[in-house]
Design a protein. Structure first.
Ligand code: PLP
Ligand code: PLP
Lengths: 410, 143, 410, 143
């Protein structure tokens, strides 16, 4: 038991953790990539298909009304989980990548003019970069970047010259998937608003691992990946401030997002439905509701505290073992994605040796090639933690590193 | 054990003591490739003399598989005719796709890479040097 | 047992069919909307989460390699199911609506010029209309429509004047979700190609209910909704002819679809991955593979024959009961979506009374408002059939209609 | 039984024998609305005389709920002051949202629609006539 989480009990809820790989117990340290799923989520999805499966809105029969109520209940739950008072401010979709693209199409392409600027940071995930490149190319806007400080935090000393009245949109990750860095969102939101820009927070890592309150932080858009927070793949969504959602153009066209369709033109529903075309990810969002219930039962403060403890332990153990750890050291300022480089062993070699020991870490550029260039490495190894991980697993990681060292004689 | 097989001495040896790892100022053929997915980088240089691979070298950085494969490749193709070298490249690819049972007589040390077939994500590392080699020798005027 | 399907045995595979609504056995006649799921599919999804869950491509560890293999195996299965020899011609996504939008963005916006034409039909689903309206608005192209004949088939007599060298794209449903109509795809594909246009087939209804061979039919794009063919919600994809996929622009930007990312620009993977940004619907497509296995075990010819028989029976019984049935009568030319109007009782009233009897039908415009105007009705009632439906359920439908008649005294 | 409740005689009666279903050439207020999701159409006409709803009629087509609701509404608001009519509209909406226990004294036959609350998709049908009425009376110059 670390912090307030009873990890041993939690682990019993995750069937996959009973699995062995290469004849070793599974040590899953890749939750920043995707999280494992508790029995409660898996069962909710099955139960939906076994008892309630029907399409939404369209059916004038009980099954369809049940499915619709469950889906809309999931929306209300997700809204409340991120501190949004209005469920209608949450659009459902496959996750962060789809959400960022939705804002880049429905909002950015609509407001950007040549000469306008989109301000990002050097540590963004490709999903919070490539969609803005497309939007910039389509509109003539320019991308600028907040640089990284030596310690892996954002260097905000030049913010005033970067964030100007030309800036129409500030896109920033709430928690870096490489460095763990958690930028000061409230401050950035205020700074963006002061110049009339909107702030888009990439919540892929933040929402699963910390308490988020979009209203308190005064965030305009927040992207959410359900699969990283115990939910099914293809679940998640986008929070958007209501006035902005109203102003946005629809993105995907099709059934259910329309009011009236004529051969040559159409009118659209109000948000969020304006942005939900065709048959939705019904079972997935309903499964996500179960994931949120699970996290709420643990309490997001306890989740965060647990991860801070295990992250601190991991950073200490890795450093002691001779690894170079990237990103801030202070666990108050960072999440549980710990990137490192170990004794000149290429991360790919490392990950493969670790796999033989049952330890799953990620090796590569973590969808952040520009950041790799800033860090001056081709790739990093990364261990990342969630509610089901224990300090014992950090020990297993370090033990496996020692084995890699023996093999490579480094 | 699978792991021992894969990282068997020969791969580690080539990784730690790469053969022909240097620039080749007089080489008229060259090609640089990288695998953006893991950052592996390989540049192949080759000097053709009378239709034979008189000298083949590489430069680069990356994981043990990519670097060892490059090192072994330079050894395997040097001295061969262009045609033979291309046939060898095909044979190596076949081995990597699991389609061809490798022939130690022609592939030499490269047979050690056979174990990589089990790790699909790493096959790209193993073939990177060969991709660069093939592009180098089929570059402008070399088809 | 109808045709070659052992319906009684099949029904045992569908847990939801044991359910009762309003104290009656569930008679689910809304499969054109979404299909029910067999135990085999539900279990495959659970098993994935319980044993193999990991993100794709990125992980250098066994779990991730397993997940990747299962996902790519699902792609190969879907490709083979629709007669595509190259698995790489299948892009995974949420279904027909997302697929049509992908073609409308990546292909149509790229090739269309002012004055160009997109040719559709009067019976298209909003998902095969609204995305083209958006593309037309963005490019200055014009939409034209193949009209409907009296008998509910397409009136192809004026095809030559509609399909001209101005036509760049022909979009047509392979099977209407309202009328059941199955247009002659091979002929339409040849006609489109003769003028240099591509043909986009809306396969939402066709793929689940009939053998499709994209190569034999010479189709350029085919959209597929997994949730209508026993698969999970949020599963499905787009088939595209390889050369066209190569030429297309990417649509959603983000992780995994890239090769190299620089702050200001990026390069992209080859198809299909170029079109798969961010974390995919992993469990869903793997579940879809189980659905395809299930359908293949039954045999798509047997599935089609079964539906023809039940459709013929339904049309006969409904007509006999005094209903007006829309669409072709000949079950060789149509699928199992049977729209009707019953004795001046509004479809909504009808559906609600039927629900009380446990019978689920759909009432409304079926996401085809322009078609409703052509038919001259505000809405229709629709019963639709799949492998688990029996003639007894058609009888239950007709019985319930009689009860509605008694209530409305019509 | 729920069904009997919902379709109880009064709704069917209004559906089959709609009250005040006609055009109103002299009416200075009118609004046409439709529910594109099911094709229900309602046009409301009203004639205000000295601040009172002297005459209220409707035209339209659609399901029993939408048409009966329109018919009942015309009866309920006729003769009332604009203010009273608006209050009634609020009361009806409250009932439809399940928030307000309906008062038969003011709502009259409309109470019969209470059963619709159980069928969320059909609430839109029930309120369509009221939406049209409210738009008609708050149209240009009528706020
Ligand atoms: C003919 C047709 N096209 C398109 C669609 C849209 O499919 P989906 O909702 O799966 O995106 C449907 C299903 O509703 C359909 O029946
Ligand atoms: C910081 C960050 N942003 C965006 C993404 C993309 O999320 P998804 O793959 O769920 O779309 C990820 C996850 O890989 C991430 O860690």
């Amino acid at each position: 038991m670390i912090g307030e989480l009873d990890v041993a009990r939690i682990r019993k809820d995750f069937p996959i953790l009973e699995r062995r790989v290469h004849d070793r117990p599974l040590v899953y340290l890749d939750s920043s990539n995707t999280s494992q799923k508790p029995r409660q989520v898996i069962d909710r999805v099955s139960e939906f298909y076994e008892r309630h499966n029907a399409n939404l809105y369209r059916g004038v029969y009980e099954l369809s009304e049940e499915a619709t109520a469950m889906f809309e209940d999931a929306r209300a739950r997700l809204a409340q989980f991120i501190g949004a008072s209005d469920p209608g401010s949450v659009i459902f979709n496959r996750g962060t990548t789809e959400s960022t693209n939705l804002v880049a199409h429905g909002y950015a392409r609509k407001v950007l003019r040549p000469g306008d600027e989109i301000l990002l940071t050097e540590m963004e995930h490709h999903s919070n970069l490539v969609p803005w490149q497309f939007a910039a190319q389509a509109t003539g806007a320019t991308l600028r970047f907040i640089p990284l400080a030596e310690d892996g935090t954002l260097d905000l000393s030049g913010l005033e010259s970067l964030l100007t009245e030309r800036t129409k949109l500030l896109g920033v990750s709430g928690m870096s998937n490489v460095l763990g860095t958690m930028p000061p969102l409230e401050r950035l939101a205020a700074a963006a608003h002061a110049v009339g820009a909107v702030i888009v927070v990439d919540g892929a890592q933040l929402v699963p691992h910390a308490t988020v309150d979009v209203q308190a932080l005064d965030i305009d858009f927040l992207t959410i990946s359900g699969h990283k927070m115990l939910g099914p793949t293809a679940s998640g969504g986008l929070y958007g401030r209501r006035e902005l959602l109203e102003r946005m153009d629809p993105f995907l066209g099709g059934g259910e997002m329309i009011l009236e369709v004529y051969p040559d033109r159409s009118t659209f529903k109000a948000p969020p439905w304006k942005f939900e075309a065709g048959t939705m990810n019904i079972a997935e969002e309903i499964g996500l509701a179960a994931a949120i219930e699970y996290l709420e039962e643990l309490g997001m403060r306890a989740v965060r505290r647990h991860e801070q403890e295990i992250t601190a332990y991991a950073i200490a153990r890795l450093t002691e073992a001779g690894a170079t750890v990237f990103g801030p050291r202070d666990v108050e300022q960072r999440g549980g994605a710990v990137s490192f480089w170990f004794k000149d062993i290429h991360p790919h070699d490392l990950a493969q040796i670790l796999d033989q020991e049952g330890v799953c870490i990620r090796a590569g550029h973590h969808c952040a090639q520009p950041l790799m260039r800033v860090l001056g490495v081709p790739a990093t190894a990364r261990a990342s933690f969630y509610i089901y991980n224990s300090n014992d697993e950090v020990d297993a990681l370090v033990g496996a590193l020692e084995r890699a060292e023996a093999i490579f004689g480094a | 054990m699978a792991l021992e097989e894969l990282y068997k001495e020969v791969i580690l040896d080539h990784y730690k003591n790469p053969r022909n790892k240097r620039d080749l100022p007089g080489g008229e053929l060259s090609c640089a490739l990288n695998n953006p997915l893991c950052g592996d980088q390989i540049t192949i240089h080759a000097h053709l003399d009378d239709g034979r691979m008189a000298e083949v070298t590489f430069e680069g950085s990356g994981c043990s598989i990519s670097q060892a494969s490059a090192s072994m490749m330079t050894e395997a193709v040097t001295g061969r005719s262009l045609e033979e070298a291309k046939r060898l490249a095909g044979e190596f690819r076949g081995m990597m796709e699991g389609a061809v049972e490798p022939d130690e007589a022609s592939l030499g040390d490269l047979v050690a890479l056979k174990g990589v077939v089990k790790y699909p994500v790493r096959i790209k590392c193993a073939v990177l040097a060969w991709d660069a080699f093939q592009e180098a020798v089929s570059g402008p005027g070399q088809t």
